[in-house]
Design a protein around this ligand. Structure first.
Ligand code: HEC
Ligand code: HEC
Ligand code: HEC
Ligand code: HEC
Length: 449
């Protein structure tokens, strides 16, 4: 039985999922803990964490396992502390007005991603929605662990009391994606995009690193948090979990059979929205769809295929065949699309725990770079979103090679900078520059073997 349904049945008194997660049996290691927003614990509010002897110091402590300036960093540098305020800006108001919403800052359909949105009975005395995406939106309600986490609790004990296991890349990806892709619990649709909301994108390793880090991965950290994984693995896991989350969307109510169009948020935005004049990067080629046929947004699915080709070859052929089938089915019916999505979802579910157990060799990381670059050069990836994922992947893998395998910092930096320049802004996205950079990247990766 799935651990989350166990949790729902028995409540929070026993850290049941912990007992499962604690075992190292493959496939059980990632039994899902409840998300912070589906907590049973009160969220005590950022103010409770912000004391200068707690997490609100201006400078990192020297003699503490954690930095203790987390609040300071979050408040000053982290976009999450600004998430609620976005709803009060001119852009926020315009999006709301276009949707006929009177006040975005009071609308659950916006608050769900722009604040630590928990039911009223779980908002503690110092909880404030104005804090945006606060500590407990990611770390879980602190009602039970607040006291004990500074008076001798082990990490495992904190987890059993409701701390969310963010160090585990599978659990982390599942949480971030609720807000950074949208799910049935935190829905976003083409209607909201049409009203002016920016399209969402995500890559776990990059987004973990560009969120100003308020944690330090050292020997002590790795010992306290054995689920920690290095970057390339975080990237691979992030792709599989994103693929799962996307497929769950296709399998759920949001992708419904209604009127002339299914929910368009599941499609590649650039299939429909692009300037008619500029020649674009192999739009409509690669895969079974022809020119002019709107394609599902397959960036995470293509990347997952590459992960599987490199790390679980026996599974990859099935995945890629099923992906082709998904594209064909999307031109037939919602029912056929769901059938194909189910096949992919099942493969991902089986593959994820296996990927999560691997450690990546230098040769595998170089293979991944080569395949990612080749996918771009062969035009498998016909859209801006995938181009962006190609950049994220190359950067994550290169960083991993430097950190874990002693590859010199200068080795691939130049082509990666060129990739970044090519994908930096969707308006000026330059497919030719991207291809030129990918050729250099491949040659560079080849020379590191
Ligand atoms: C599924 C989660 C989700 C929902 C629902 C959602 N947002 Fe957002 N919103 C985001 C994320 C994530 C970003 C940041 C995107 C980025 O920078 O990559 C964002 C960015 C924004 C921005 C900044 C725009 C810009 O160009 O910088 C505004 C304004 C905004 N949202 C308003 C709203 C309003 C109004 C609603 C309700 C109608 C809403 N959001 C619903 C997740 C969501
Ligand atoms: C958007 C999600 C997010 C928010 C918001 C957030 N954190 Fe974190 N935090 C993380 C992630 C990811 C990690 C790294 C994984 C881990 O060790 O748990 C982390 C790690 C930590 C750690 C552990 C460091 C260690 O060495 O074990 C502390 C302490 C912490 N955060 C405190 C805070 C505080 C205090 C706030 C609010 C001011 C906050 N966080 C807000 C995501 C978040
Ligand atoms: C409750 C919803 C929520 C959760 C959970 C969440 N985020 Fe966010 N995140 C947002 C919103 C909303 C924004 C936009 C804030 C802004 O631009 O001011 C954002 C912005 C960001 C940004 C800045 C993006 C940019 O374009 O500068 C990063 C990086 C980020 N999130 C990473 C993460 C990571 C990593 C996780 C998981 C550990 C995570 N987020 C979890 C809602 C969320
Ligand atoms: C299958 C075609 C199709 C796809 C895919 C699609 N849209 Fe649209 N979009 C439309 C149509 C049709 C309209 C309404 C007509 C109009 O306003 O131009 C529209 C309107 C819009 C608008 C308002 C008009 C404008 O151009 O400013 C925005 C913004 C928008 N879409 C964003 C997106 C985003 C972001 C995505 C990807 C998540 C997306 N669309 C995917 C067809 C599509």
């Amino acid at each position: 039985m799935h651990a989350r349904s166990l949790y729902r049945q028995f409540g929070p008194t026993v850290g049941l999922w912990m007992m499962l997660a604690g075992s190292s049996i493959a496939g059980m290691a990632h039994a899902a803990p409840p998300m912070p927003f589906e907590d049973r614990y009160q969220h005590v509010g950022v103010a409770t964490c912000a004391g200068s002897n707690c997490h609100g110091s201006q400078r990192p402590f020297d003699d503490s396992p954690v930095l203790q300036n987390e609040y300071f960093l979050w408040q000053r540098d982290d976009a999450h502390s600004n998430a609620y305020k976005l709803l009060l800006t001119a852009d926020g108001k315009r999006i709301a007005a276009n949707l006929g919403i009177e006040d975005a800052a009071a609308a659950p359909e916006c608050l769900t991603c722009h604040t630590d949105y928990v039911p009223a009975n779980l908002r503690g005395r110092r909880y404030s929605m104005a804090e945006g995406v606060g500590c407990e939106a990611c770390h879980g309600g602190a009602q039970e662990w607040l006291g004990p986490h500074v008076s001798g609790n082990t990490h495992a004990q904190n987890l059993a009391q409701g701390l969310y296991p963010l160090e585990d890349p599978v659990a982390r990806a599942r949480l971030c994606l609720h807000c950074h892709m949208g799910t049935k619990d935190k829905p976003i649709d083409h209607r909201i995009m049409g009203a002016g909301h920016p399209p969402l994108e995500f890559e776990l390793d990059t987004f973990t690193n560009i969120q100003p880090a308020h944690f330090r991965v050292d020997a002590d950290y790795k010992q306290r948090k054995p689920a920690y994984a290095p970057g390339a693995k975080v990237w691979a896991i992030g792709q599989l979990v994103a693929a799962e989350t996307f497929l769950d969307g296709l399998l759920g109510e949001r992708f419904s059979d209604r009127g002339m169009f299914p929910e368009l948020v599941f499609f590649d935005c650039n299939a429909c929205h692009h300037a008619m004049r500029a020649p674009r990067w192999s739009a409509g080629t690669g895969g079974p769809l022809g020119p002019g046929e709107p394609r599902l947004a397959d960036a995470y699915l293509v990347m997952t295929g590459i992960v599987l080709e490199t790390l679980l070859p026996p599974v990859a052929a099935r995945w890629n065949a099923a992906l082709g089938e998904l594209h064909r089915a999307s031109m037939q019916s919602v029912a056929k699309t769901r059938e194909a999505a189910k096949t992919l979802r099942d493969i991902a579910t089986q593959a994820l725990p296996q990927i999560a157990q691997l450690s990546l060799s230098k040769a595998q990381a170089l293979d991944l770079i080569d395949r990612v670059a080749a996918a771009g050069l062969q035009g498998k990836a016909g859209d801006y979103t995938t181009a962006k994922q190609i950049y994220y992947a190359s950067d994550a893998l290169f960083y991993y090679l430097r950190q874990e395998h002693g590859v010199p910092a200068t080795a691939l930096q130049a082509p990666i900078d060129e990739l970044f320049a090519a994908v930096d802004a969707s308006q000026s996205y330059n497919p030719d520059a991207l291809r030129a950079a990918l050729r250099k990247l491949r040659a560079g990766a080849q020379s590191l073997r």
